[in-house]
Write a protein that binds this ligand. Structure first.
Ligand code: GUN
Ligand code: ZN
Length: 459
């Protein structure tokens, strides 16, 4: 439930602050990009971060203090691709992408035609994000405008940064989930007028993927993007081999799957393409040139057996890569678990994803790719106070491993591989606490060793 308490004008949180000032890079990370300020004060006034102070400069008595010493404070995670209507089908057995859509996902999404169901699901979804430490997200609801209204309404009630839009599907989907170009365009215009730029909300033109939109609908999507400033584009791209082959049959004139979107005016610096597993060098160069991003979805790619995304090739091409849960293809909303999966996917490719690079990609890197770095992603003064307090370790194994870490990267890497949403203590959105771990569980396995760590120590 959204908190109803009066706004907290000022608060000062004390703990181990970690954020990023630059991209640490792939491979051996540039440790200087990580800004570690152990046992510091983070000062929040209203919705925004106003300062970070060293331990010796405690704020005055007019700053209510919250003692999180020995805990990790991170900017809130940014999940760049997730489906609000798929919690019903998370962890569904035995299929790959196209069967999974038909058998599990489309029936679940069809239930969102019912406004009461859509409203309940949207509230549950945003609360589940907050309970995982995700404070901003790029979200697919369903084809129904009711599901979009419910989602934006739920995010606004919690002060969250959210990017979303009505799913466009005018072919190759069950009748209950199909729209048509004219009605879809009118619905999008009404939703843009209602929600785009309202507080922390932005509209994303959302063709599900090239298989479920006719060329006429893709052209309409491109026209919407051209007509309105600041819209996002979200869709799926090159996730699974059977899907890629299907797109090639549907669009025989296109050079590639990405080219289908490009021809319809869907590539730009606010374009978010989920997956991008099966791309070639020309696609990667075009993504970089357009300033578009790949929302890497490692949990989903493993679970649906889709493939191993080539982060290095995208990185070398200069294309942005962010990280996404892609629930319900992914098996966890928790971005810490998702980052652990990203490490394992890259390990299968022979690439070593540092914890610095991974956490950067899910915070400042995502904020930059979404053109939102002036608002979220770091602890710079003036940013919105979207942040989380985490226990460094939870349970005996993680606590044991944490105690042996010799430097910051080793400690953060062990946290990334071993933690999950149970390590989350508090989620703050725009200066207000929106999630608090029940007290009987919080801090049970906490350990305070911050003074041993070297700020910015190399892994
Ligand atoms: N491709 C088209 N729709 C979907 C979806 O809902 N999930 C995933 N993972 N891929 C898709
Ligand atoms: Zn998806």
């Amino acid at each position: 439930m959204p908190a109803t308490a009066a706004p907290i004008a000022r608060r000062a949180l004390r703990g181990d602050l970690l954020d990023f000032t630059a991209d640490p890079g792939l491979g051996t990370p540039n440790a200087a990009a990580a800004r570690f300020r152990p046992d510091h004060w983070l000062l929040i006034e209203g919705e925004r971060i106003v300062a970070v102070l060293p331990p010796a400069q405690a704020p005055g008595d007019d700053w209510p203090r919250e003692d999180h010493r020995g805990r990790l404070l991170l900017p809130g995670f940014i999940d760049t691709h997730v489906h609000s209507a798929q919690l019903d089908v998370i962890a569904s057995f035995g299929t790959e992408l196209l069967d999974w859509l038909e058998r599990y996902t489309f029936p679940a999404e069809a239930r969102h035609a019912d406004p009461a169901h859509a409203a309940r699901a949207a509230e549950g979804f945003v609360d589940a994000l907050l309970a995982c430490g995700t404070t901003a997200a790029v979200v697919f609801p369903t084809v129904h405008t009711t599901s979009v209204q419910a989602l934006f309404g739920a995010a606004r009630a919690r002060g969250m940064r959210l990017v979303a839009g009505k799913v466009l599907m005018d072919r190759h989907a069950p009748a209950a989930l199909r729209d048509d170009v004219t009605q879809a365009e009118a619905d999008c215009e009404a939703l843009i007028a209602r929600w785009h730029g309202q507080g922390r909300l932005a509209y994303a033109v959302t063709p599900r993927f090239a298989a479920t939109s006719t060329p006429a609908q893709l052209a309409m999507a491109g026209a919407l993007l051209a007509r309105h400033d600041g819209l996002y584009l979200q869709t799926h791209l090159a996730e699974n081999r059977a899907e890629v082959a299907w797109i090639a049959r549907l669009f025989p004139d296109a050079r590639s799957y990405l080219d289908v979107y490009d021809r319809h005016g869907l590539l730009g610096e606010r374009s978010v393409f989920a997956h991008g597993v099966w791309l070639d060098a020309a696609d990667r160069a075009r993504l970089a040139e357009a300033g578009a991003q790949i929302a890497h979805s490692p949990s989903s790619n493993l679970f649906l057996g889709s493939g191993l995304m080539d982060w290095r090739a995208l990185h070398e091409a200069g294309a942005a890569v962010t990280v996404a849960s892609d629930v319900g293809g992914g098996t966890a909303l928790c971005m810490v678990r998702t980052l652990a999966d990203a490490y394992k996917v890259q390990a299968l490719r022979g690439e070593k994803l540092s914890a610095f690079k991974a956490v950067h990609a899910a915070t400042l890197g995502a904020a930059q790719a979404l053109q939102l770095a002036g608002e979220i992603g770091s602890f710079d003064a003036g940013r919105m106070a979207d942040l989380c307090v985490w226990n460094w370790a939870c349970g005996p194994v993680a606590t044991h491993r944490d105690a042996l870490a010799r430097d910051l990267h080793e400690r953060l890497f062990a946290w990334m591989m071993l933690a999950d949403e149970r390590a989350l203590v508090t989620t703050v959105v725009a200066g207000r606490t929106r999630y608090e771990r029940p007290t009987h569980e919080s801090g049970a396995a906490m350990e305070t060793r911050h003074e041993r760590l070297e700020p910015g120590a190399a892994p």
